[in-house]
Design a protein around this ligand. Structure first.
Ligand SMILES: [Zn+2]
Length: 324
């Protein structure tokens, strides 16, 4: 008898309980779940965001712990935002994949035209409220996690400054250099963060599997290294146990293709978790309504394969190669 479980049917153990964030509802900013800690000395505007996806709460655990630790910036301002709280409030351990969003993916609405148009959704309305905090920030770290167990990744977009910043963090996370998604704009690509001629550092951490203990440790480690690298805190300010040992990052992966599901009958042919290297061009890795999905070149790396949020138009896997 086969013990193979297809991705999307396998249930992952929930090692981390969802955080209680109700005490963080009110803040001096006047916006729900938006907290600022400012220094008297001018300096960088650093924004740390969690719960962009409502079921990815390892970042929210780290961010709440950070606020509870009382760390203050030496200069500038740190803003902490719990983004899609409406979706998170629906988290249910018995169906943990279903609280990613309420109406639409919060991380696909960051197109200026969409934000300016009158249409309304739970996520668009929240994005409009949060937009001024994103626009004013000079450094953005967006804390996410992944459907399948996989080593941590730092999604950088295409700009070299972000790739360099990610590599210098020494978290061991592999940089994913990509242009985003067809079905909308991510927060980390919004405005200046995606423009060559503008300043601004933006990274998106995929810390590991959503509910794995190691994902919380990676979220803490990356959060605190990001604050150190943006020079708003110093090493003496780091809460005990947050910094993991330096771990040189592997070469970045350049994403060349995104596979978008055309049907609800998209199936991987193996139990891929991400990071697999498919040696031969033309190898079939999935079928979509019976049609083969093949890798386009030799030594093709699979990035974040998953059918947990499957619907036509959703990215099911990216193809990439190493940048040496
Ligand atoms: Zn996410």
């Amino acid at each position: 008898m086969s013990t193979f479980l297809h991705p999307g049917t396998q249930t992952h153990q929930i090692e981390l309980a969802a955080p209680s964030i109700s005490a963080l509802h009110a803040s001096s900013t006047g916006i729900d779940f938006v907290h600022e800690i400012a220094s008297c000395i001018d300096g960088p505007e650093v924004l740390i965001t969690a719960l962009v996806h409502g079921n990815e709460y390892s970042g929210a655990l780290a961010l709440k712990e950070f606020l509870d630790a009382g760390v203050r910036p030496r200069c500038g301002r740190i803003t902490a935002i719990f983004c899609n709280v409406a979706a998170f409030s629906r988290f249910d351990e018995s169906k943990p994949d279903s609280s990613r969003y309420v109406d639409e993916d919060f991380n696909r609405v960051w197109d200026v035209d969409r934000l300016n148009e009158p249409a309304s959704s739970s996520e668009l309305d929240r994005a409009r409220v949060l937009r001024p905090f994103v626009e004013r920030s000079s450094y953005l770290l967006d804390l996410h996690s992944m459907h399948e167990p996989c080593g941590a990744l730092l999604v950088t977009g295409l700009l070299q400054r972000n790739i360099d910043f990610a590599q210098a963090l020494n978290t061991g996370a592999q940089a994913i250099v990509d242009a985003g998604h067809e079905d909308g704009v991510r927060m980390r690509d919004f405005g200046k963060f995606g423009q060559q001629d503008q300043p601004g550092i933006a990274l998106l951490l995929e810390a590991g599997q959503h509910w794995a203990r190691a994902s919380l440790e990676m979220a803490r480690n990356t959060l605190i290294r990001f604050l150190l690298a943006s020079r708003v805190i110093e090493k003496n300010d780091v809460p005990q146990g947050w910094l993991l040992p330096d771990f040189p990052s592997p070469p970045p992966i350049f994403v060349t293709h995104r596979v978008v599901a055309k049907s609800m009958d998209f199936r991987f042919i193996d139990d891929y978790h991400g990071g697999e290297v498919i040696k031969i061009a033309g190898t079939i890795i999935a079928t979509d309504a019976g049609h083969p999905v093949c890798v386009p070149y030799d030594d093709c790396i699979l990035v974040m394969p998953s059918v947990r949020q499957l619907r036509p138009g959703v990215t099911t896997v990216r193809f990439g190669h190493l940048i040496n």
